[in-house]
Design a protein around this ligand. Structure first.
Ligand code: PHE
Length: 452
C-alpha cells in the first residue's frame, strides 16, 4: 500500500504543502473579523493558547494517524478500529460543506483584485461599496463561478504542483507585505486604539463564545478535523519529524493570522473610530477596511492589486486542497473516473454555493437558525461538525488505539518532546472542553432562536 503512494520529497516539501493548505482565507479573511468581533486581545490570547495545546495535539494525532496507516481519513479510522470508520465519513463531509462557500469568498477576492488592477480601487474604498457588490445577483455569482472554475481546472488538469511552486514564492511575499501594511496602518491617526484592542486581553470581553469561535477558527485555519491532515500524513516519509513539522506549520499559520489581524483590526479603528457596528462587520471586514487603507497609501492601487493577488493564491492553494480531498473521496469510494468526478464536484459546488452568494442579497430574508446561508454553512462546519470530529478523534486516540500508538509513530525520528502534554490534552483536556463548548454553542443558537 505504502509503496504506491507518492510521497513528499523532504521535510520542507511536506511542511510547505501542509502550510499551503493551512494558510488561506481562514488566516487573512476569517481570523481578523473574528478577532474584531470576539473581544480583540482576549480572542487572540485564547486562540494562541488553543493553538499550542489543542492545535498541536490534534495536528500531531492526525498526521501520525495518516502516516501510520498510509491511508486517508475514511480508511485510516476503519483500518485501526472498524467501529470508528464513521468518523472518517463525518470528517469527509466537512470539505464538502466548506468548499462551496469558500469559493464564494474566493470570488470576492478575485473581484477586488480585478478592481484594483483596473484602477478602480478608490471606488472600492467608498462606504457601501462592498455591501452594494455582494447584494447584487449576477456579479458575485460571476466571480464565484470564475473562482471555482479556476480551482476545478487546476485539479482537473492535475497542475497543482505548478500552482504550489508559484505559491511557495508568493507566501513569503504575502507575509512581508502584510507586515508592511500592518506597520503602515499603525501610523494612521486613531489606529493605535485598535492595536491596543487587538493585542491587550480585556477579560471583561471574555465569554464561552470567545472560546467557541477561537476553537472553530483553529480547526478551520489549521485544516484540522476534516481528514485533510490525515491524508497529508499518509504521504509523509518516515524519516521526517512529525513534531518539528507540526511546530513549523503551527507557527507559520498563526503568524500569518496574527499579522492579518494587525493589518485589519487597527484600520477599523482608524476609519470608523472602532464603533460597534464597524467592529462587528463580520465576513465583510477585510473587504470594507483594506481598500480604505490602500486609498491613503502612496501607490495604493498597485499595492492593493498585489495584495489581493497574493491573497488569491493563498486562497487557491487551500481550495485546491479542499477540492482534491472531495474528488479523491468520491473516486476512492465509488471508483469513479477522476476527470468526470472533477466535473461533478465542480457542478455540485456551483449549486451548493449559489445560496451562499444569493444570501447576501435577494435571499437575505431567508435565514437558517437566524443566519444567512453563508454564515449557516460556516457555523455547521466549524462550530458543529468539526468539534464533533475533533472530539471523536480525541476519544479514538486517547482510549481506543491509545496515545502510545501515536507517540510511537512520532518517536520514529527521535524523542517525542511534548508527549506528556499530548497525552493529557488528547485524553482529558480536549475532549472535556470540546464537549462543554459544543453543548453550550448549540444550546445558545437553538435557544436564542426560539427553536424550542
Ligand atoms: N485552512 C484553510 C484556510 O485557513 C482552509 C482550509 C480548510 C483549506 C480545510 C483546506 C482544507 O483558509
Amino acid at each position: 500500500m505504502e509503496q504506491k503512494r507518492s510521497s513528499f520529497t523532504g521535510k520542507i516539501g511536506f511542511i510547505l504543502a501542509a502550510a499551503g493548505s493551512a494558510v488561506g482565507l481562514g488566516n487573512i479573511w476569517r481570523f481578523p473579523y473574528l478577532a474584531a468581533q470576539y473581544g480583540g486581545g482576549i480572542f487572540l490570547l485564547t486562540y494562541i493558547i488553543l493553538a499550542v495545546t489543542f492545535g498541536f495535539t490534534l495536528m500531531t494525532a492526525e498526521i501520525a494517524l495518516g502516516r501510520k496507516t498510509g491511508l486517508s481519513a475514511i480508511g485510516a479510522f476503519k483500518a485501526l478500529d472498524k467501529r470508528f470508520g464513521f468518523v472518517g465519513y463525518l470528517a469527509a463531509i466537512v470539505p464538502m460543506i466548506i468548499l462551496p462557500y469558500y469559493s464564494v469568498i474566493g470570488g470576492w477576492v478575485t473581484k477586488y483584485f480585478a478592481v484594483f488592477v483596473s484602477g478602480d480601487g478608490v471606488a472600492a474604498a467608498q462606504d457601501g461599496y462592498f455591501s452594494g457588490f455582494i447584494s447584487k445577483i449576477g456579479e458575485p455569482i460571476f466571480w464565484f463561478f470564475l473562482y471555482i472554475a479556476a480551482t476545478a481546472l487546476i485539479v482537473f488538469f492535475g497542475v497543482e504542483k505548478g500552482i504550489e511552486k508559484v505559491s511557495k514564492l508568493m507566501m513569503p511575499v504575502l507575509v512581508v507585505l502584510s507586515i508592511f501594511i500592518a506597520i503602515y496602518t499603525m501610523f494612521i491617526p486613531g489606529a493605535l486604539d485598535g492595536v491596543i484592542y487587538y493585542i491587550k486581553p480585556e477579560f471583561d470581553n471574555f465569554s464561552i463564545k470567545t472560546v467557541l469561535a477561537a476553537m472553530g477558527q483553529l480547526f478551520y485555519s489549521m485544516s484540522l478535523a476534516m481528514g485533510i491532515m490525515i491524508t497529508y500524513g499518509s504521504y509523509m516519509k518516515k524519516e521526517i519529524s512529525i513534531e518539528t513539522s507540526v511546530h513549523n506549520i503551527e507557527f507559520f499559520d498563526t503568524g500569518v493570522a496574527f499579522f492579518a489581524g494587525l493589518m485589519i483590526v487597527p484600520a477599523v479603528f482608524a476609519f470608523s473610530g472602532g464603533n460597534a457596528e464597524a467592529i462587528n462587520a463580520g465576513p465583510g471586514l477585510m473587504f470594507i477596511t483594506l481598500p480604505k487603507v490602500f486609498e491613503t497609501m502612496y501607490g495604493g492601487q498597485i499595492i492593493g492589486a498585489v495584495f489581493f493577488l497574493l491573497v488569491l493564491f493563498a486562497a487557491l492553494t487551500s481550495s485546491i486542497s479542499l477540492m482534491e480531498t472531495v474528488v479523491s473521496i468520491f473516486c476512492d469510494k465509488f471508483g469513479w473516473n477522476r476527470k468526470l468526478t472533477c466535473l461533478i464536484v465542480f457542478i455540485g459546488c456551483l449549486i451548493i454555493g449559489l445560496p451562499s452568494s444569493l444570501g447576501n442579497g435577494v435571499w437575505s430574508n431567508i435565514t437558517l437558525l437566524g443566519m444567512d446561508f453563508l454564515s449557516f454553512f460556516d457555523f455547521v462546519s466549524n462550530s458543529v461538525i468539526m468539534p464533533i470530529v475533533a472530539l471523536l478523534t480525541c476519544i479514538f486516540v486517547g482510549f481506543v488505539i491509545k496515545p502510545k500508538a501515536i507517540a510511537d509513530e512520532v518517536a520514529l525520528t527521535g524523542k517525542f518532546k511534548s508527549e506528556k502534554l499530548f497525552n493529557v490534552v488528547i485524553k482529558y483536556v480536549a475532549p472535556v472542553c470540546i464537549l462543554l463548548i459544543l453543548i453550550s454553542s448549540i444550546l445558545d443558537v437553538v435557544l436564542v432562536d426560539g427553536f424550542f
